[in-house]
Design a protein around this ligand. Structure first.
Ligand SMILES: Cc1cc2nc3c(=O)[nH]c(=O)nc-3n(C[C@H](O)[C@H](O)[C@H](O)COP(=O)(O)O)c2cc1C
Length: 345
């Protein structure tokens, strides 16, 4: 897939994920073959106000390219100015979030709210394109609202106003992860527009990715939950890493986070990633409770080293992997879910 002047080495793309797709996560994904990564969503207003946290969330290094920055905003003038600021750093794509369903975003008329505002959607895209100095603009959408699926209309608006890419998470605003995505809509959009179409929704291995391309003819696939603790998904073929590779990758990821300056944030983030790496192996409950009490990076590294050795010695009883898989697919922070709300995202 080619975007702008850049030919991606793979059509598998890392999805934007809040508080997850930071420098460390993106670096590991790229190492395993990911063709394009995204920052998490960042506030357009935060960018134009030079908000420190916002700028940190969308900072990236040259070595990470190709990379996309995702913006959250509703006011075309503000989003346009944010694009102008970003252009200086030469990201390869600038994306607009029109899919976030959570109340604190939707309630402010941003994210998926924009799906029901065709006029504003058009103005937002136009303003982004006007200020982007040729950097491709993309828009990430959901299908619409349950009662009004309007992804085809929105795709035309996005194309007509000059965007180069549309990314479709094939669920409606209110669909939880327990509802299967409807990939047929990706195929219908691909039949309708000439711009690049990236499909998204429940890709958990290389076979799923191939299947989405075959069924929808999309140009690329965007992977979110399937990449958590599993950068191996970006390899060409289905690939089951040995324990040693899981361990060294979890350690490398933890050390990249350790280099960051905000120890409080990054220690919690490292714990989250470590749990994802080991989630389908025995002893995960034990690992989770040990990680909870750790207060420094050195302790985290000691815990995963010991955990790996116990796994090698078959120390733990057999886990119910299917149950963990179900819990994870419905709620990525599955270890925080109470028994009764396991399946609520
Ligand atoms: C923890 C988490 C954080 C997310 N944050 C963002 C975000 O910042 N921007 C965005 O457009 N989508 C976000 N998403 C949605 C994903 O990018 C993706 O569209 C969705 O999870 C469906 O893909 P999947 O089935 O591969 O998980 C997030 C998803 C998860 C699980």
């Amino acid at each position: 897939m080619i975007i702008g002047n850049t030919k991606l080495t793979s059509n598998k793309i890392l999805a934007p994920m809040a508080e997850i797709t930071d420098y460390s996560f993106r670096t590991i994904a790229k190492k395993f073959g990911c063709g394009l990564t995204y920052t998490q969503m960042v506030s357009a207003e935060g960018i134009i106000k030079n908000n420190f946290d916002t700028l940190r969330m969308c900072a990236f290094s040259r070595a990470e390219k190709p990379i996309g920055v995702q913006l959250l905003g509703k006011d075309p003038a503000i989003v346009g100015r944010a694009v102008k600021e970003l252009v200086r750093f030469k990201p390869d794509v600038i994306d607009l979030n029109c899919g976030c369903p959570v109340d604190k975003v939707y309630g402010k008329k941003m994210g998926a709210y924009i799906l029901s505002q065709p006029d504003n959607l058009g103005k937002l895209v136009k303003e982004m394109v006007k200020n982007s100095e040729g950097i491709p603009i993309s828009v990430k959408v959901r299908l619409g609202h349950k009662k009004k699926i309007n992804v085809i209309e929105n795709a035309k608006i996005i194309e007509d106003n000059g965007a180069s890419i549309i990314t479709i998470h094939a669920r409606s605003r209110s669909d939880r992860y327990s509802i299967d995505p409807n990939w047929d809509w990706i195929a219908k959009v691909k039949d309708t527009v000439k711009i690049k179409v990236i499909g998204n929704g429940s890709i958990f291995n290389a076979t799923d990715a191939e299947e989405m391309v075959n069924k929808t003819s999309c140009d690329g696939v965007l992977i979110a939950r399937g990449a958590l603790g599993n950068p191996f998904i970006f390899k060409d073929k289905n690939y089951l890493p040995e324990l040693d590779e899981i361990y060294t990758t979890a350690l490398e990821h933890t050390e990249l986070l350790q280099k960051e300056q905000d120890v409080r944030i990054h220690l919690d983030r490292a714990k989250k990633n470590i749990i994802w790496y080991f989630k389908y192996l025995n002893g995960i409950e034990n690992l989770i409770s040990e990680l909870y009490s750790a207060t420094c990076f050195e302790k985290l590294k000691e815990i995963i080293y010991n955990h790996k050795n116990r796994l090698l010695e078959n120390y733990y009883p057999q886990s119910d992997t299917e149950d963990i898989r179900k819990q994870f697919n419905n709620k990525v922070l599955f270890w925080l879910a109470k028994k009764e709300d396991k399946i609520i995202e």
